[in-house]
Write a protein that binds this ligand. Structure first.
Ligand code: NI
Length: 255
């Protein structure tokens, strides 16, 4: 049974056929999905899906690309939602230096505010990092994020930085890129980081694993990620599925 810790079933790419997508996930052995919201519409939809399906949970946060749009009312709304029984984490949040819609200083401020909120409401955080590793690690340290811990989502960095994240009480989540032939770093991370600190995810509809790369991603494909990790570690896919599921349940406080 596979736990997809990061899916955007709330994205418009699934408007037409989300029912079939959910059924394919269940048929493939997906036990749970965390649908991650990152702005007003996607958060609203994540909550809706979590309320409609027992095995779906929601994470709510403000994406760094849109940091410039987050108001105090939005932050207050995140706080209210954090009390919802199906909300298991805050995020995705973090820093994204690839897109330039939001200035770095505003991204950092919005990131810090959400970490402070997570500590207040005692929920783990889901970190989005694009070309901003050093600043993210620094802010996580300065804000004492280890108190709540969380997930380095779709981790693509080095083994050394991953180990630093483990020390800060974070799990390393691997997605589709670990299956790409030229993905040297994710494969090293899958090999070196112990199974009790790894999670699996799709980040669907993005980052589709091999051999479906280029097509829309969906939660059923999380199995391909687990199979790749199993091959790299020389263990069975059942062992990877079981360990990553237990890790996710522990982190999210799911019975
Ligand atoms: Ni995402």
């Amino acid at each position: 049974m596979f736990f997809d810790t990061h899916a955007h079933l709330n994205a418009e790419q699934f408007n037409e056929d989300y029912l079939e997508v959910i059924n394919r996930a269940l048929e493939t052995g997906v036990s749970n999905i965390v649908v991650v919201g990152f702005d007003r519409p996607t958060i609203t939809r994540a909550i809706e899906l979590a309320e409609n399906y027992e095995f779906i949970y929601a994470a709510v946060g403000w994406h760094p690309v849109d940091a410039v749009d987050m108001t105090d009312a939005d932050l207050e709304w995140l706080k209210e939602l954090s009390a919802h029984p199906k909300v298991v984490a805050l995020g995705e949040m973090g820093l994204d230096y690839y897109w330039d819609k939001s200035p770095k200083e505003i991204q950092k401020e919005v990131f810090r505010k959400q970490i402070k909120l997570a500590k207040q409401v005692k929920l783990p955080i889901i970190i989005h990092n694009r070309e901003a590793t050093a600043d993210i690690v620094e802010i996580l340290k300065e804000e004492g994020a280890a108190e709540v811990g969380g997930i380095m989502h779709c981790y693509s960095g080095s083994v050394e930085i991953a180990q630093e994240c483990l020390e800060m009480n974070f799990y390393i989540s691997l997605g589709g890129p670990v299956t790409f032939k030229n993905a040297k770093k994710p494969k090293e991370v899958a090999t070196e980081i112990p199974l009790d600190r790894l999670l699996i995810e799709t980040d669907c509809p993005y980052l589709t694993p091999h051999p479906f790369r280029g097509k829309r991603n969906e939660p059923a494909y999380v199995k391909l990620v687990a199979e790749q990790i199993a091959e790299l570690k020389g263990v069975s896919v059942e062992e990877v599925a079981e360990a990553t599921q237990q890790n996710a349940k522990r982190l999210f406080g799911i019975k």
